[in-house]
Design a protein around this ligand. Structure first.
Ligand code: FES
Length: 131
């Protein structure tokens, strides 16, 4: 595998599930190859790539999540090696957004619609709401 970048050096961390299956009979879990490809593709970018055992998105395997340093987090499914460029594009869109938000406009197709399972606000998130 490529060198591992520290999360403290990253604006966005991509967590890739190492336990997901892709529906094939292959022994190798797709997340392992995805992590290696993403680490190579993000070597010169403010993005860290980390393994995670499960994102509770198993029905949409293979899964990964974006976590912005101070912003929002996103969980995605149905990912594959051919999505590496799109995943990096999306992670960079999140890294560059001043609000720590992943814009829907121009977001790669695999990171929208059925490809996205959840978005999670930062812990300090606050919206005024009439009660
Ligand atoms: S096994 Fe990958 S999300 Fe649960």
């Amino acid at each position: 595998m490529s060198d591992v970048k520290s999360m403290s050096d990253a604006e966005v961390t991509i967590f890739v599930c190492t336990n997901c299956r892709d529906g094939s009979d292959a022994d190798l879990r797709p997340g392992i190859a995805l992590i290696d490809a993403l680490r190579r593709a993000t070597a010169d970018k403010p993005i860290a790539v980390k393994p995670v055992t499960c994102l509770a998105n198993c029905q949409n395997s293979p899964s990964a999540a974006f976590s912005h340093r101070t912003g929002w987090s996103y969980v995605f499914g149905h990912l594959a090696l051919e999505n590496v460029d799109a995943i990096v594009t999306g992670a960079m869109m999140l890294a560059k957004d001043e609000r720590g938000f992943l814009p829907l406009r121009d977001r790669p197709a695999c990171l929208r619609g059925n490809g996205m399972s959840a978005r999670i606000p930062p812990f300090n998130h606050h919206e005024d709401m009439p009660i």
